[in-house]
Design a protein around this ligand. Structure first.
Ligand code: ZN
Length: 407
């Protein structure tokens, strides 16, 4: 075992793991999933339910297995892959039926370099699935503090947001500190977000977020932090926690939606509400709230965490402030000739906007489904315009906040 461990660590230092191919073998009593790797590697494999997902975690890898959508005969509806957190990448297979993992193991190839990760699974009734779904096969060592067993960790009780102290009011007479703005680029890693014009939402919004960060820092008026600065997956609840732990003054989540009608374009601004302002926004919130599910996160834990947060009293004032900021945005964005969607301020139950004490908005910068707009959003010129108009809106917002504090 010692020898294997040494080989693993030196291999990890030398190069990133490579996934060369993914294949399925159908047998009478089981389905065999084989991932061809360029080296032996640690892994962990487990199932998640509702919907059924088979999750494979490996050390951060390079994906050279090509693009594929589905393996219907193996019960696979869709496949996603990407970085989950520093040091760990994830593959999520959406299954169209309940299956149980029978075994999972890595075999070095007999001839030549490389290895195979073999996962055998079989169809089971839903009642059996429930009994076996929590079993984790394999082990993935900690990498940069990231590596406790994923499924186990996700099932570990996390302190609920409700239990955390919620400051009702910021202390009035401490030295005046620059407001802290949290910029939250949507999606990332294993969750690409919307895809259009060959671009991933996760990349487009990161570009916009970085431009905004630069603009705000150059103003000298604000402190800025980003929930992610590279292509990594972050759970929705952790984005909210990130802002709360830092006692942020404003939270701005940046996205770019996709809809069927490829002609529709324009930016829009969203705030939190218990009931959606309209059907379209309800569906949008459902799409955005799916990020954790897409990345293979156990939602039963996350749901509990945000349950009933809306009844928090501190929320009312926060909601007013969020709405006020949204109003500033929709009046100032067009001044930088940023096109808006009709009825540009809407609301629904977005999970990422649920910090009870931090004014929060979600901006859909445009539509990935509109080819022209998707390309435009990815240009330095548009990023600059976007950043400038947001900065002006933020200035206007804090000007009002300061006025209110004086009176
Ligand atoms: Zn999004």
């Amino acid at each position: 075992m010692m020898v294997v461990a040494l080989v693993l660590s030196s291999a990890a230092a030398a190069h990133a793991l490579e996934i060369k191919n993914v294949r399925f073998g159908l047998h009478q009593d089981k389905t065999r999933l084989v991932l061809d790797l360029d080296d032996v590697a640690q892994f962990r494999v487990f199932m998640l339910g509702t919907p059924y997902r088979l999750v494979v975690d490996l050390p951060e890898f390079v994906w050279n297995a090509g693009d594929f959508e589905q393996y219907r005969s193996a019960g696979v509806n869709a496949v996603r892959q990407g970085r989950l957190e520093p040091g760990i990448s994830r593959i999520v297979f959406d299954m169209n039926r309940p299956v149980s993992i029978q075994s999972a193991f890595v075999l070095p190839n007999d001839k030549g370099a490389g290895a195979r990760l073999v996962i055998d699974f079989a169809n089971v009734p839903a009642s059996i699935f429930v009994q076996t779904m929590n079993e984790v096969h394999g082990q993935l060592a900690a990498l940069g503090g990231a590596g406790r067993s994923g499924a186990v960790r996700e099932n570990t009780a996390v302190p609920s947001l409700k239990a955390a102290p919620v400051p009702m009011e910021k202390p009035q007479n401490r030295p005046i500190e620059k407001p802290l703005i949290i910029i939250d680029p949507g999606h990332g890693g294993v969750d690409p977000g919307a895809i259009g014009a060959g671009l991933h939402e996760k990349h487009v919004v990161l570009g916009l977020a970085k431009a905004l960060k630069e603009e705000l820092e150059q103003s000298g008026l604000y402190r800025v932090a980003m929930t992610r600065e590279n292509d990594v997956f972050i759970k929705l609840g952790d984005r909210v926690k990130f802002a709360r732990q830092r006692s942020a003054d404003l939270f701005i989540s940046i996205h770019a939606d996709s809809i069927e009608n490829s002609k529709v374009g324009g930016a829009s601004v969203y705030t939190l509400s218990k009931t959606a302002s309209d059907k379209q926004t309800e569906q949008l919130a459902a799409r955005e709230n799916k990020a954790d599910l897409i990345a293979g996160i156990d939602l039963s834990v996350e749901d509990q965490e945000v349950a009933n947060i809306l009844v928090d009293l501190a929320m009312r004032d926060t909601m007013n402030q969020s709405n006020f900021f949204a109003g500033k945005l929709v009046s100032i964005l067009p001044r930088e000739s940023i096109r808006l969607l009709e009825r540009p301020h809407r609301s629904a139950g977005f999970a990422v906007l649920k910090a009870p004490d931090i004014p929060s908005v979600l901006i859909e910068a445009g539509f990935m489904s509109n080819t022209q707009e998707a390309r435009r959003m990815n240009t330095p010129e548009h990023r600059k315009k976007f950043a400038r108009s947001l900065r002006n809106s933020i200035d206007a917002y804090f000007e009002q906040v300061r006025k209110n504090q004086k009176t």
